[in-house]
Structures are given as C-alpha cells and as structure tokens.
Design a protein around this ligand. Structure first.
Ligand code: BGC
Length: 861
C-alpha cells in the first residue's frame, strides 16, 4: 500500500466475503442473526408431548393453500405462509389487500449491497406482520445457469457468492423483523421446463461449488428458519425425498435446524418424503402427509418418532414466529423494525439497481468537450419524447408466484412528467406494443367484484384495482366454495378517446359481457388445459371484441363469470377471470412512424423496451432472448432521428440488443417494482447515480451463451458444462459478451490507487476522480497462477469478495475485504470434502470481471 493517507474518512459498507466455514477465515466471524439464539427445546417438548398422532400429522400438512392448522389445546396458532420475494401477497391472491412491490431479485442483486437487501427484508417483515403472515416463501437462490431460465428474474445471479451474500442479507432482514423465511428452491430448480419431473444431473463439484453454495452460505451466515425443497430431481432422486442432500448435507453438515417445506404440490410419497427429511407438505387440504402419514405410522411403515422429529421443527418455527403460547418470539414485536416507508424503500432500491451499461457523448458540451448523454440536464430541455408501451404500462414485476398487487404504480411516463420542470413538454408515443394479450382494464374503469350464490344472494363485494379477478388459496371473507356460483365484475367505463376500442374476456368458465344495453359476449371461456396446470389456470385464452366508443361518454358495464373449474388443485379455492381493454390503436407501421415523429421533434428520446408475461415468467422457459414484437426496429428508427436517445430495458433477465452501439445510453431498470418511474427519473435527471452492476453476464446473442439447453432429454437435464456457467465459462472463449459480469457505470470516474493483501484480506484504495459524489462497487477476483501442477481444473478467476464505497469529488475511500478460506478450496472427488489448493494466487481488483485495475499476490499454504 502506498503511504498516502486517505483524504477523508473511509465510507465503505461492510465487505462481503466468499462462502465458507473455514476456521481461519475472517469472513466467518459474521454472526448469525440474533433472532435464532433462544433455546426453545423445553417448550417444544412440552407441546409435542401433549399431541396425539392424528394432531401431529395434521401439523405437517397444509390446511389450505397458505397455512397450517391451529391447535388451541397447546396454544398453537395457525402458521401462515406467503410469497415472496418482492412483497408479501398475504392470504389473498388478489388486489384486495395491496402489498408494497419492491424491485425483483435480479435488481436487488444488481445493487451488490446486502445491507440494502437486509433493509428490504425489514420492510417485508413489516408487511408480513401487517398481514398476519409468519413465514415468507423467499428468497429464491437458484442460479442463472442459462439466460433462458423462466425464473431468471426471480433468482439473483450467475455467481454463488453474490447470490449467497444478497440472500443472507435478505434473510437476516426478514428474520430481524420476527418473520421466517424459506430459502428456495433446494436445489437445482434453475429452469422451468418440466420442472415437476426433470432429473438434473449435476456432478459433485458443480453441485457443491455452485448450486449448493448459496444455500450453504445463507445457512451459515443468516440461519434461516426454513427451506423449501424443489419440484425437480437431482441425480435421480426427487428433492422432497432427497435424504442425502436434505438430511446429511443441509441438516448434518451445515447444521440447518429449521423447517423443510415442500414446494407447492412437490411432495409425492408419504414415507419417502418423511424419510427424505421433508417436514411440511404444501398446499392442503389433501397432501401425502396428514391422514396418509398417520396411516403409514399405524401400518408400521414409519416410526412415530420420525413424525415427532418433523413436528418438533414445526413447533420450533411457531415458537420463533411468536405463534406458540409460552414461547417468547425470537424477536419481540415491539423491537422489530417498524414505521418503514415502503414507497421510499422501493424507490431507493429501484434506483440503486439501475445498471447503466453505456453512456456515450451525444451532445457538444458548452465548454467544447463532449460529455455523456446522461444525466440529462433538465434546464436544457424543451421537449422530451417518452416512447414504448412499457413507458406507460411498466412491467414492474415478474409473473407467477412472485406476483403481488401494489396499491399504485408509478410508470416511467408519470415519473418523468412529475420530475421534469413544468415548462418541459413530454410527448408520449407507444411506438411498438409487444404484448400479445390485451392488458387488464384499468384506465377509465371503476370496477367492483360481486360474489354471488346460485339464488343470487350477495356473498361478498370487493373493490377492484383493475379488470382481473383472481383468488388462489382463499376467497374473500363470506365466500365459500360450496356457495359460490358466479362473480360479477361490474362498474363503469369512460373512454378517453373515440374510436374502435378492444375489449377482451378470459377465464375458465362461462362469460357474459354487457356494455350499456348491449351484450357483447356470451359464451364459453377457455378450458383448463396445458402441461403446467398452474400456468393454464393463470393465463386462460382471451376472446377479443371490438367496440366503437365515444370519448367522455360513461358506460355501465358488467362481466359475469360462472366458473367451471375451481382451479389447478383439487379442493382449492381458486378463481381467475379478466376483462381486458386497449385504446384504439394505429396499425403497427403507423405506431412506429408516430414515435419516430415524436422523437425527431424532441431534445431527448427515452425509449422503454420490455419483455412480456408471455415470454418471461414462471412456469416456462424462454425460447429466445429477443425483445418481443417490433421493439428492436423501434429503437433503431428512433435512434436514427434523435442523437440523444436513451434506451431503458425493462426486463428481468438478458435480452439481445442489436442496436446497442447505435444509441448513446442504455440502462437496465429490471422489473423495478411499484416506484419504477420515480426511480428512473431520479437516475435519468441525475438526482441520483445509477448504482447497479451486472449480477449476470449479458450475452450479445443467445447463441454465444455458455448454456442454451434447458429442455430435458428423456426426462434428464445434464449439467454437462460442470463448473463453467456465467463468467466462469465466458472467460474460456474468445467470444465477448455484450457486457460482462460486474459491469455498470456511474456518473463519476474512479481511479484504483492501491491494493495490499494479507493471507486473508485485501485492502483497496480508490479515488473519485470525477466532479460529483459517487458510489463504487470494488470487486475482488482470485486467479490461480498455475504454480500448483496437480491442481484440479478451475475457472480462470472467480469472485472472492466485494464492497461498496462512497467518496466525494477528488476524495479517496478505502475498504478491507476478507479473503475467506473457501475461496481457495475445491470440492474433491471422489472421496468428498473440501480441499485447500495451495499455491500463489493473483488477487485482481476491479470494476467488473473484465475491467481489472490492480493486481496483488497472495500465497495459500
Ligand atoms: C413456486 C414457489 C412458490 C409456491 C407458492 C410454486 O409454484 O415454485 O416458489 O412459493 O408456488 O406460490
């Protein structure tokens, strides 16, 4: 280290070491979160001793979609679980009880900041307590093995360290709020195709060093109260029955003491699941546990003591969550973080997650030098064109079980309009609408849902956020499966424009749409078909109706729905139908031409491009990485007429950007959560720096990506690439990605001044050489130098730690990042066990996995 002292006190957030339980690693001194430290054994044994077999087995089986039964005799309340991960949906799969919607997990990981993840957790715990939820079904810590993975948006990263560190921050935060987590999906649910049955063949080294590593890190550092076992098999055994991975590895080696909950409907066999280490089969009421488990005990197939072990873990969870009388909760509710402003947290996370991929000069600066197009200087703007369907209808979250219903959404258009001075004109044009489904009716509609019995009796009435009526797991209060006959979505619609509007109806049942006096549709909706019944239920086919309507003329409207099927699961309270609406639209060519005209007449053009629910969601994988519809053409044509074109990519995972070198600025907003537009305006106008770094490599073309096969062959998916996913694979090819792992620009520049190492830490000093305050993510990679001839094959380099530092203009900041023992280890085959590989390693310090600024050496004995 050079002798110059830092010019101001260090402002570095806590550094984040690689996972590992190695004794000499300072990384492992991080304490597990305090909430788990109470000893509940006496109270748990007392409660267990008071239960008969039938009650015990009931506790291991969902009583409905989201909860376990109460046992008042022992003072046990019903434990309620809820998805996760970006909000807390609660018991209702509907907009009835709105939730704060935070940015999606790829966005959270893009902050590279576990402290922010922890604060997100505090907010989520507050939301959970408000909704009576004890356990959040999150975080999702499977890896970005392939960019095609349908739930890529819901996982953090292609790197096990970054995933583990962010996941541990999240778990700690939620649990410090007195609410449990279930880290999911243990393990190997890295894609969606045939997810219920696929057998993922993963060799021991990648299994340990990649896929299990985030779970191991989180168990070791944050002590989660729960884990959720995945649908898939690993190496021939379905995960809900995987004795080796659950009982020997997770519980035995790592010391996990929490509850193991199945993914929804993943438990398939009573005895094998219990023996495999599963504690709770969800959802109910009919599962392989409950009565079938009592029968298995009575038939002598399993011992009651095996049931007791699982019940103990459920009682421990209840004690921790404050649902068992006589057990002080792990966190005193009075001491849990509270009074958190959800909108503020959502906005802060969203702007910290924005990854600025490219920011080139586009205008002549007054002093003659060219400066990057961002941040936009609002004082120099007279007219701004905001373009793209997603600019008005932002895709704020990813689909499937991650869905929550926020009370409000700030679109990019609204966010920019609010942030720009009043005298700046904002012109909007759709340009290209990639959605193949018509969006749910919202603007101009006032709607209520009325739940009716067969005799017309009103069972319940709920206000509607939009035209989508949904229930999954529980109906509104007052509605039962037995009584419910029909639901009417009723209210008024006042068109904003005159012309031919499109209305759609969709649902698995009989649908009748009346607008004014006219019956516009009266017929059968979609049938419940498809390989994934959940997906078929969630996305029923739609019928389109054209209607010539006049602006400003209010119309009464009712969509009556008589369901055929209760939903994807037998006995489950479920309902799903929708009214869609889109404004009169020009044809596609005319839409693009209108956007080009708007851009040509503006001082800057902001184009928001997005994926859709149809191409990126839970339940299926992507088939390509292209932006759907004509969005690529839209960007290229706008960029051709406006040199200050800024493209905002609103997707949860990589998309191809063939135009990326033709526009001066490209940034990723991910699925940004409910404050999307407010956060985007913060960044575009320079109120805040975009703080994100890529948590995953962004390929230029799908064909270049290291893993492009997510479809099993004869039921098996071979993880043939072994250790080489993400940047570990890109480093071995001559093909460069569009943007590497770790990349992301800010609004200032950094000089990496010096690095100093000890055997177990790295000290780095960086200086902000720009003219505004900034935030830098200092990344440490470890690269073997090849002086150990018998070392097993390893990647060229791997992430070993990172830290965020802040400094004002001209100032420096220093950070010390631990180098834990695990960073020097490999899982040895065939005997098993971690093996330290001695030798000299380069410690590479930089701004991304390819922009490495300083190198030092460290020797491992
Ligand atoms: C998902 C889980 C989710 C569960 C409950 C499953 O389909 O894989 O992640 O927690 O549903 O919604």
């Amino acid at each position: 280290m050079t002798d110059q002292p830092p010019t101001r006190p260090t402002t570095a957030s806590a550094p984040h070491p690689a996972p590992g339980l190695h004794a000499n690693a300072s990384a492992n001194t991080t304490p597990a979160s305090a909430p788990c430290s109470r000893d509940y054994s006496a109270v748990v044994e007392r409660a267990l001793g008071a239960l008969d077999l039938d009650t015990k087995v009931r506790l291991l089986s969902g009583q409905d979609m989201w909860s376990l039964p109460a046992v008042p005799a022992i003072g046990l309340r019903s434990l309620v679980m809820s998805d996760g991960p970006i909000g807390v949906r609660g018991r209702y799969w509907s907009a009835e009880d709105p939730s704060v919607a935070l940015p999606s997990p790829t966005a959270l990981a893009a902050t590279w900041d576990p402290e922010l993840a922890r604060r997100a957790g505090h907010l989520l715990a507050q939301e959970a307590r408000r909704k009576g939820v004890h356990v959040l079904l999150a975080p999702t810590v499977n890896l970005h093995r392939s960019p095609l993975g349908g739930r890529h948006f819901e996982c953090y990263s292609e790197d096990p360290l970054l995933t583990g560190v962010i996941g541990a921050g999240y778990v700690r935060g939620v649990q410090e709020g007195g609410v449990g987590t279930t880290v999911k999906h243990f393990v190997g649910n890295d894609a969606e195709t045939d997810r219920f049955t696929v057998d993922n063949r993963i060799a021991p080294r990648p299994l340990r060093e990649l896929y299990l590593a985030p779970f191991e890190h989180i168990v070791g550092h944050a002590r989660p109260w729960g884990v959720m076992t995945a649908y898939n098999k690993v190496n021939g055994t379905t995960m809900t029955e995987h004795h080796h991975l659950v009982t020997e590895v997770l519980r035995g080696e790592w010391g996990f003491d929490g509850v193991n909950v199945s993914d929804w409907t993943a438990a398939r066999h009573t005895v094998r699941a219990l023996r495999g280490g599963l504690d709770v089969a969800m959802p109910g009421p009919r599962t392989v546990f409950g009565a079938p488990l009592a029968a298995a005990v009575r038939a002598g197939e399993v011992a009651e003591s095996e049931v007791d072990a699982a019940v103990r873990r459920v009682l421990l969870l209840a004690a921790r969550a404050g649902a068992l009388d006589g057990a002080p909760p792990a966190v005193d509710p009075a001491e849990a973080p509270r009074g958190i402003d959800g909108r503020a947290v959502a906005r802060e996370l969203a702007r910290r997650a924005v990854v600025l991929l490219r920011n080139e000069p586009a205008v002549q600066a007054p002093e003659g030098g060219a400066r990057p197009v961002l941040p936009l200087d609002a004082t120099g703007l007279r007219r701004v064109a905001v373009i793209g369907a997603a600019a008005r209808d932002a895709r704020v979250l990813g689909g499937g079980s991650a869905t929550v219903f926020p009370a409000q959404i700030v679109s990019p258009l609204a966010g920019l309009r609010a942030a720009l001075p009043d005298d700046v004109e904002v012109v909007f044009a759709t340009g290209a609408d990639p959605r193949t489904r018509v969006p749910h009716a919202r603007d101009g509609f006032t709607l209520t849902a009325r739940y009716l019995a067969a005799d017309g009796r009103l069972l319940a009435r709920t206000p509607q956020f939009d035209g989508h009526v949904q229930a999954l797991g529980s109906f509104p209060d007052g509605v039962t499966q037995r009584d419910l006959h029909a639901v009417e979505l009723t209210g008024s619609f006042t068109p904003r424009t005159s012309g031919t509007h499109t209305l759609t109806v969709a649902g698995t049942g009989w649908l009748r749409l009346t607008v004014g006096d006219a019956v516009l549709f009266d017929g059968e909706g979609a049938k419940l078909v498809g390989a994934d019944p959940f997906e078929a239920f969630m996305q029923p086919g739609e019928h389109r109706i054209s209607a010539d309507l006049a602006a400003g003329q209010e119309l009464a409207l009712t969509l009556r729905f008589v369901p055929h099927s209760r939903g994807p699961g037998e006995g489950m309270d479920a309902l799903n139908f929708a009214l869609g609406h889109s404004e009169p639209q020009l044809d596609d060519d005319a839409e693009i031409a209108e956007a080009v005209r708007a851009a040509a007449g503006a001082d800057a053009a902001i184009v928001v491009v997005a994926t859709t629910e149809e191409v990126e969601s839970e339940g299926f994988d992507r088939t390509d990485l292209r932006l759907p519809g004509r969005q690529d053409e839209l960007v290229a044509r706008v960029a051709a007429v406006n040199p200050r074109t800024v493209v905002v990519v609103n997707s949860g995972s990589p998309v191809e950007m063939p135009w990326r070198d033709e526009v001066p600025a490209v940034l990723l907003s991910w699925f940004p959560g409910q404050e999307a537009g407010a956060a985007l305006a913060d960044v575009l106008l320079g109120a805040h720096e975009p703080g994100g770094r890529l948590p995953t490599t962004w390929p230029a073309r799908l064909a270049d990506a290291p893993v492009t096969t997510v479809t099993p062959t004869d039921g098996t998916l071979d993880y043939a690439e072994g250790l080489f996913i993400g940047y570990r694979a890109w480093q071995r090819t001559t093909v460069a990605p569009a943007y590497p792992f770790g990349h992301g620009l800010g609004y200032t520049d950094w000089e990496y001044e010096c690095v100093d190492t000890t055997p177990d830490s790295v000290r780095v000093r960086v200086r902000n050489t720009g003219d505004r305050p900034g935030c830098e993510v200092v990344q440490i990679y470890l690269a073997p130098t090849g002086d150990t001839p018998d070392a097993p094959e390893r990647p060229v380099r791997w992430l070993a730690g990172f830290a965020t530092v802040e400094a004002g203009p001209g100032e420096s900041a220093e950070t010390e990042i631990p180098l834990p023992g695990r960073a020097f280890e490999v899982w040895s085959e065939p005997d098993g066990g971690w093996r330290r590989i001695p030798g000299t390693y380069a410690v590479e310090v930089g701004r991304s996995s390819t922009d490495l600024r300083l190198t030092a050496r460290v020797t491992a004995e």
